[in-house]
Design a protein around this ligand. Sequence first.
Ligand code: HMG
Ligand code: MG
Length: 305
Amino acid sequence: MKAPEHRIKIVEVSPRDGLQNDSTIFSVEERGALIRQLVESGVQFVEAGSFVSAKAIPAMKDSEKVWEHCRSLSADLSFLVPNEKGLERAMAIDVKSIAVFTATSDTFNQKNIGRSVDQSLEEYTPLIAKALQNKMRVRGYVSTAFGCPYEGPQELSRIVEVTGRLFEMGCDEVSVGDTIGVAHPKQVDEVFRKLSGQFPLSRLAGHFHDTRGMAIVNIKAALDLGIRIFDSSAGGLGGCPYAPGSSGNVATEEVIWFLEGLGFETGISLEKFLQTVQWLEEKAKRPLRSKLYASHPKQMYYFKP
Ligand code: HMG
Ligand code: MG
């Protein structure tokens, strides 16, 4: 195993960010099968679903059943929780890891969860305290940090403030999100440079969507500053229904290939992972956006890390 500075934690979000916005609704069995295959390829952290309103996000209905399918897997499976009711659902089935989500932009947050950013943070304060009392691990998300589809550019001071409040409340990790995929590497450098001056590098994550094809360069910008946690999604599936213009997350297979080629260790077998992407594409019934997958297997061995 490589030294910690050469190890990357990949948080695989395809079962949640990937499927929540897809035109194909996956059954509980298919969602479970996806998670099982991801774990078999070496993925250790999976966002497995969300305890949100099924009216708002039909694809995430019955996330409890997905947990029942997968709870014995040896991986950290976490679920998005938007409010007290979401926490109750998680606690009722003994889920160990949850993620709360807010944003820098009030307009986006209102559309996403019906609350301003400050209102959501106030509500998360007792929620996180309760989750921690119940020995849960809590991750926080800061959406729209690099740009909001409604409000445009966001203040650096606001990103720092929201990130800081999530840490103060007890989040063990905060993922800073380019929800609609508009970030530029120079901006990523600026944001993570500022954040890493105030919060532990080992607890900051980058969540990049690939709308403009910049996600990998954005990861490189964060990597150069010492960020070692990245969220990504098999096949590049993903997006948020309340963020018009957002496209898929950065494809995990592209992240693995890129980072392993640079000498980092992800713990994931690229070859096994690509088999899962193939399965996912068959189930999604349309071509996935990942360029690396599209070139598989013809070209993938030209450079094998
Ligand atoms: P609320 O305002 O507390 O709900 O939350 P309410 O009290 O107004 O209730 C409305 C209905 O929702 C009621 O049902 C509640 O029972 C139900 P009805 O009486 O109409 O039948 N409800 C729930 N049902 C199940 N689980 C719950 C729950 N809470 C209330 N926890 C709520 C409104 C937040 C639930 C709603 O707006 C919602 O579900 N929004 C969806 C949010 C979401 O999942 N967005 C996508 C994920 S965020 C994202 O993708 C960004 C990210 O990837 C990072 C990035 O890219 O930046 C994380
Ligand atoms: Mg996202």
